[in-house]
Design a protein around this ligand. Structure first.
Ligand SMILES: Cc1cc2nc3c(=O)[nH]c(=O)nc-3n(C[C@H](O)[C@H](O)[C@H](O)COP(=O)(O)OP(=O)(O)OC[C@H]3O[C@@H](n4cnc5c(N)ncnc54)[C@H](O)[C@@H]3O)c2cc1C
Length: 549
C-alpha cells in the first residue's frame, strides 16, 4: 500500500453537485404560466435571457457580493467628507444586469403594452433569485416614477435616466450620467410607520428650492443619485427630491452617519443620514407628502410580494435540487413519502405566491383604464404584501431543512435566503400596518370592497371549500368594534381566498383543489409538509422541479 493511499480517508459520495447553469425562467412552469395568463407572454425571450444569467454567472456574483459587504467611506484620505459607499465589483455586476434587463425601467419603457408591470415583476422575480440585494435600489427606482411625475419639470429631467438600461455607479452629478437610481427617505428615529411624526424641516428658499435639516434613521441605497424624502414644510409634511449633488455640481449636504449592520440583505447598503441644509425640490404640493410618496410605496409593496415570492421559489429550487440527489435510508430524499409531502406543500405555496403577485401586477397594469383593476390593485397589494411576506420566513426555513446540515452552512444559498426572508414583511409598512391599510381601504374606499368581492365571486362555483370559505367572509368583516383587533385573521383569510381564486381560474384544477382543501378547509397543519393523502404530490413536485435534474 502506498503512503498516499494509506491516508485516503474517504471518497465524497452522496453529495449533490452544486446547482449551476440552469435557466431560472425556462425551468419555472408556474411562473411561465402566470406570466402568460396575466398578459405578458411577449416578454418570454427577454426573461429567458435574464433567466440564464440568474441561474449562471450571477449566482457567483451573488455569493461574492454578500461575502464582501459594502463599506462606508465617509472621508477621503485627507479628511474631506466624501460620503461614498464602496461596493464589491460583483454587486456592480448584479446592478448592471438588473438595469440592462429592466428591473428599474422595463414597465415604463413598455408602458404602451398590456402586461408591462407583469413582465417587469417577472424580471424582478427572475433576477432576484441570484441575489436579492439589488431589489431595493431597483424597486425604488422603478417605483419613484409616478411620484416624480407630480413635478413635471423634474420628471422630464430624471425619468429618462431612471428607466435607462445603463448602470453608471459613478458618484457624479446626474447630468453626467446615462443611468441613475433613486431611493426613498421616510423613516426617522421617533417614528417609521407613523411618518406624521417626521421632524425633518424643509425651509423654502427665495429661488423656490428648499433647504432640508434633519435626519433619516433608515436610508437604504445611499449611493443612489437622489432620494424622495419626506420633510415638514410650512404647509405640512411634503415630498422632496434630494439629489446627491446640488445644481452647481457640489456635493449635497447629506451626511451618511453609518451603515446599518443588518441581519441580512448584505450586498445592499442601508444607512443613517443627516441633512445639514440639503438642497431639495418639492414634488407635489406642500402638505401632500404622504399622498405623493404613497404612489411610490404602492409599487414597492408589490415588489415586496415579488421579492418574497422569488425567495420562496429559489429556496424551493435549492431544496428540490438537493432532495433529487441525496440518498437517505436507501432512497433519494425526493422519493421518501414524508419529504414528498414537504416539497409538494412548499411547491403549492410557491405557486400560490407567484400567481397572486402577478395578478396584482396585472391589476396595476390595468389601473389607469379599468376601475375594477384600480380598486383591486389598491386593496390586493396590501393583502398580498401582508401574507406572502409573512409566509416567506417559515417557508425558507422549511426548504433549508430539506438540505439538512449543509442548509445551515454559508456555502449554500440557504443561510442568505433565511436572513433575507423577514425583510419584506418589515419594510414598506410592516405586517400590522398592511392589515390596518386593508381596513382603511375597506372603510374609506367602498369600491375596493366591491372589487375584492367581484374578484372572489368570479372564481366561485368551482370548488365547494372555496365557496364555503367565501360565503363566510362577509361575516368576518362585521363587528366593527373588534375588526382592528381581528384584522390579521381577516386579512390572512382574504389573502388565501385571493390566492385560491387565481389558482381556480388558472385552469390547474388539481392544484387549485389541493390549495382549497389545505388552506381553506383546514385539512392542513400549522407546519409545511402536512398535506392530506389526496394531494397531487407528483404533479406539484414535477412542475416545480424542472431544474433539479
Ligand atoms: C433593512 C431596512 C432598510 C430600510 N430602508 C428604508 C429606507 O430606505 N427608507 C425608509 O424610509 N425606511 C426604510 N426602512 C424602515 C422601515 O420602512 C421601517 O423600519 C418600518 O416601516 C417600520 O417602522 P419603525 O421601524 O419605525 O417601526 P414602528 O413604526 O415603531 O413599528 C414597530 C411595530 O409596530 C407595529 N405597529 C405600528 N403601528 C401600529 C398600530 N397602530 N397597530 C398595531 N401595530 C402597529 C408595526 O407593524 C411594527 O411591527 C428600512 C428598514 C429596514 C429593516
Amino acid at each position: 500500500m502506498s503512503l498516499t493511499s494509506r491516508f485516503v480517508t474517504h471518497e465524497v459520495e452522496n453529495q449533490p453537485v452544486p446547482l449551476r447553469d440552469y435557466n431560472v425562467w425556462e425551468t419555472d412552469t408556474a411562473l411561465r404560466e402566470a406570466v402568460a395568463r396575466e398578459g405578458a407572454d411577449w416578454a418570454g425571450e427577454h426573461l429567458a435571457e435574464y433567466g440564464a444569467l440568474a441561474g449562471g454567472r450571477l449566482v457567483d456574483a451573488g455569493f461574492q457580493a454578500n461575502e464582501n459587504r459594502p463599506k462606508l467611506r465617509a472621508f477621503d484620505r485627507y479628511g474631506r467628507r466624501i460620503d461614498e459607499v464602496e461596493f464589491h465589483p460583483a454587486y456592480h455586476e448584479l446592478m448592471a444586469e438588473a438595469m440592462k434587463y429592466g428591473m428599474n425601467g422595463f414597465a415604463w419603457r413598455n408602458a404602451n403594452r398590456a402586461g408591462a408591470h407583469v413582465a417587469r415583476a417577472a424580471v424582478m422575480y427572475v433576477g432576484s433569485q441570484a441575489d436579492a440585494g439589488v431589489g431595493c435600489p431597483m424597486s425604488m427606482t422603478h417605483a419613484a416614477i409616478p411620484a416624480l411625475r407630480h413635478n413635471p419639470a423634474l420628471a422630464d429631467k430624471w425619468v429618462p435616466k431612471l428607466i435607462s438600461t445603463e448602470y453608471d455607479p459613478r458618484s457624479v452629478p446626474m447630468e453626467q450620467k446615462k443611468g441613475c437610481t433613486i431611493g426613498m427617505g421616510m423613516t426617522e428615529k421617533q417614528g417609521g410607520s407613523d411618518v406624521r411624526a417626521n421632524t425633518t424641516r424643509a425651509i423654502r428658499q427665495a429661488d423656490g428650492s428648499y433647504e432640508l435639516v434633519g435626519h433619516k434613521w433608515f436610508f437604504s441605497a445611499p449611493m443612489c443619485d437622489a432620494h424622495l424624502v419626506l420633510a415638514q414644510a410650512q404647509g405640512g409634511l411634503s415630498c422632496f427630491l434630494v439629489p446627491r449633488f446640488r445644481p452647481d455640481g457640489s456635493r449635497n449636504a447629506v451626511e451618511i452617519q453609518r451603515l446599518k449592520d443588518k441581519l441580512g440583505d448584505w450586498s445592499n447598503a442601508s444607512s443613517e443620514v443627516e441633512f445639514q441644509g440639503a438642497f431639495g425640490e418639492l414634488v407635489g404640493e406642500e402638505g401632500r407628502g404622504v399622498a405623493t410618496i404613497i404612489e411610490m410605496v404602492a409599487l414597492t409593496r408589490l415588489d415586496c410580494m415579488t421579492g418574497s415570492a422569488s425567495q420562496m421559489r429559489q429556496a424551493l429550487v435549492q431544496a428540490l435540487h438537493h432532495a433529487g440527489q441525496r440518498m437517505a435510508f436507501g432512497k433519494l430524499l425526493i422519493d421518501q413519502p414524508l419529504m414528498r409531502n414537504v416539497l409538494a406543500d412548499l411547491a403549492l405555496e410557491s405557486e400560490a405566491a407567484i400567481a397572486l403577485t402577478l395578478r396584482v401586477a396585472r391589476a396595476i397594469d390595468g389601473a389607469s383604464r379599468d376601475a375594477h383593476e384600480a380598486a383591486l390593485a389598491r386593496i390586493a397589494t396590501a393583502i398580498g404584501k401582508y401574507w406572502i411576506c409573512k409566509r416567506t420566513p417559515p417557508f425558507v426555513n422549511e426548504a433549508q431543512e430539506c438540505l439538512g446540515g449543509i442548509g445551515y452552512v454559508e456555502e449554500t444559498m440557504m443561510p442568505r435566503l433565511y436572513r433575507q426572508a423577514p425583510l419584506n414583511s418589515i419594510w414598506e409598512g410592516s405586517g400590522n400596518i398592511q392589515c390596518l391599510d386593508v381596513l382603511r381601504a375597506l372603510a374609506r374606499e367602498p369600491e375596493t370592497r366591491e372589487a375584492l368581492f367581484a374578484e372572489l365571486a368570479a372564481a366561485g362555483g368551482r370548488d365547494r371549500h372555496y365557496d364555503a370559505a367565501l360565503a363566510r367572509l362577509p361575516c368576518l368583516l362585521e363587528d366593527a368594534a373588534t375588526l382592528e383587533y381581528r384584522s390579521r385573521a381577516v386579512v390572512e383569510r382574504t389573502a388565501l381566498l385571493l390566492q385560491a381564486a387565481v389558482l381556480l381560474r388558472a385552469g390547474q384544477e388539481e392544484i387549485a383543489a389541493a390549495f382549497c382543501r389545505s388552506r381553506l378547509a383546514g385539512e392542513h397543519g400549522l407546519a409545511f409538509g402536512t398535506l392530506g393523502p389526496d394531494a397531487p404530490v407528483a404533479l406539484l413536485i414535477g412542475r416545480a422541479m424542472a431544474t433539479a435534474a
